[in-house]
Design a protein around this ligand. Structure first.
Ligand SMILES: Cc1ncc(COP(=O)(O)O)c(C=O)c1O
Length: 479
């Protein structure tokens, strides 16, 4: 075939270098400029459609121009989840070695599906999963895999639980009303009917109410349902609440039901002494889901699922396939594709491994402790304010609070307070100093800060709370 007849999707080394250098420069400028810019930017669809819509071009255009358009018209329209004053939802602040690891893994075109296809990253996955095993306090018989995130880990956990229970015909799953929606979705995917997913009322501290759990499981058994799993919050996304893990483990052991701990948000607090104490009992769960793209400073996607008995995953997921028959290397050479839902898989272990190797655990521990400490200080600030009310005890790094002219708790008009706080949230948003979001505490509107960025300082938290207080006072004065 003549060269001119070939399709050609390659680039010259010079063009590759130029483009990569420009991308690197853009990223370094972005990261360096985060503190000086807004914590959020976004645009309406109509505007973006005008800029970005249209059919694919038949002929290409210069790669530099395409890159610049992505940098100008696409990428900036996003929450800056790694901004030091981004406190909304669950922030994420990846380290540079982690970011480069994703670039390298894409460039090396790694598919971490089987040992044969990528032994290097499979070995790394064994290594980082084993680090997590030790942080949880699991025995050496535990094992796991890296997943897309907490949602992926929840699906795999509940499928494994269902299989361990021998795939009953009428399965039911239990979780508190504070559990993440990802767990309900996972239960649905695992084949549990919507009406058999029990959202058990939580207690006044937003923790699983054990009496309610016991009652529901007993009622369901009496009605012919087969409970397959109980899900525990090991740091709920709303308030950071941690369910009574020990009591839940006792209950599940007695019932012969799988206990899954959702530690997607809070799990990496385990590497600190404070976090370990808060999450005591997690090692008794049958499975634990963690998200390194949350409190372990990795780029998306970096979830993990660990199970106390490693074989449960392969029992649930391993399926032979003719076309993959050459990939079986034996027990010491696991094929991670046999432990979960994905065959083609990104090399997620590389980013975790490279960033931990670069900075060392002491720095990771200190960065996580920073979030715990800042949340406590933020709560103290709120408690000493004459217009802010702490709504829940601080748990891990989440602070729920609201503007209230009488925080000490006189009679209050909930509807009026909600109105004020919605206005405050909107005004803080448009002020652009910081970003935080709200939650609903059993129907009561609450502002919420989640503090877990390794670059966030007390100054960032303090300035944000000052602003809320100021805006709160102004808003109350207008009412
Ligand atoms: C407690 C908790 N569980 C599960 C999830 C879902 O995780 P992911 O978004 O990684 O799928 C989240 C996400 O914020 C979470 O906070």
């Amino acid at each position: 075939m003549e060269k001119s007849e070939r399709t050609e999707l390659g680039m010259t080394p010079q063009a590759m270098r130029r483009l990569a250098a420009r991308a690197t420069e853009v990223l370094i400028d972005r990261i360096g400029g985060l503190d000086g810019g807004n914590a959020w930017d976004g645009e309406f669809r109509k505007v973006l459609e005008e800029q970005l819509g249209g059919p694919p071009p038949e002929g290409g255009r210069p790669a530099e121009a395409v890159l610049e358009q992505a940098v100008q018209d696409v990428l900036p329209y996003a929450a800056r989840l790694d901004h030091p004053r981004f406190f909304g939802f669950v922030p994420s602040s990846p380290t540079w070695p982690g970011i480069l690891a994703d670039f390298l893994a894409a460039g090396f075109n790694i598919n971490s599906c089987t040992w044969l296809v990528s032994s290097g990253t499979s070995q790394l996955e064994l290594v980082v999963v084993d680090w997590m095993r030790a942080w949880i306090g699991y025995p050496e018989t535990a094992g796991g895999l890296l997943t897309s995130g907490g949602s992926g880990a929840s699906v795999e956990a509940l499928v494994a639980a269902r299989e361990a229970a021998e795939h009953p015909a009428r399965p039911s799953v239990y979780m508190s009303d504070q559990c993440h929606s990802a767990l309900q979705r996972a239960a649905l995917i695992a084949g549990v009917r919507r009406e058999h997913i029990r959202l058990v009322p939580s207690d006044d501290d937003f923790r699983m109410d054990m009496a309610e759990l016991r009652q529901r499981v007993a009622e369901d058994r009496a009605n012919g349902l087969q409970p397959v799993a109980v899900c525990a919050n090991a740091g709920s996304a709303s308030t950071g609440a941690i369910d009574p893990l020990g009591a839940m483990a006792d209950f599940c052991a007695g019932e012969g039901v799988w206990l899954h701990a959702d530690a997607a948000y809070g799990g990496f607090a385990l590497v600190t002494a404070d976090g370990r104490e808060c999450l005591d009992g997690i090692e008794r769960a049958d499975s634990v889901g963690l998200d390194a793209h949350k409190w372990f400073f990795q780029p998306y996607e970096a979830g993990a699922l660990l199970v106390r008995k490693a074989e449960h995953l392969e029992n649930a997921f391993a399926i032979g396939h003719d076309v993959l028959q050459d990939t079986v290397w034996g027990a010491n050479h696991p094929n991670f594709a046999d432990r979960g839902q994905q065959l083609s898989r990104a090399a997620r272990a590389l980013k975790i491994w490279m960033s931990v190797q670069t900075f060392g655990m002491a720095k990771f521990r200190a960065a996580i402790q920073n979030g715990l400490d800042l949340a406590r200080r933020a709560a103290e600030y709120v408690e000493s304010s004459s217009v802010l009310e702490l709504m829940t005890p601080v748990s891990l790094s989440i602070v729920c609070f609201r503007v209230n002219p009488d925080p000490a708790g006189g009679s209050c008009d909930e509807a009026a307070l909600e109105k004020v706080n919605r206005v405050v949230l909107a005004r803080v948003f448009w002020d652009e100093l910081a970003f935080f979001s709200s939650t609903s505490l059993k129907g009561v509107f609450s502002l919420r800060m989640c503090i877990m960025n390794h670059t966030t300082t007390w100054e960032d938290v303090h300035r944000t709370l000052d602003l809320v207080e100021q805006i709160g006072q102004d808003t109350l004065a207008e009412q």
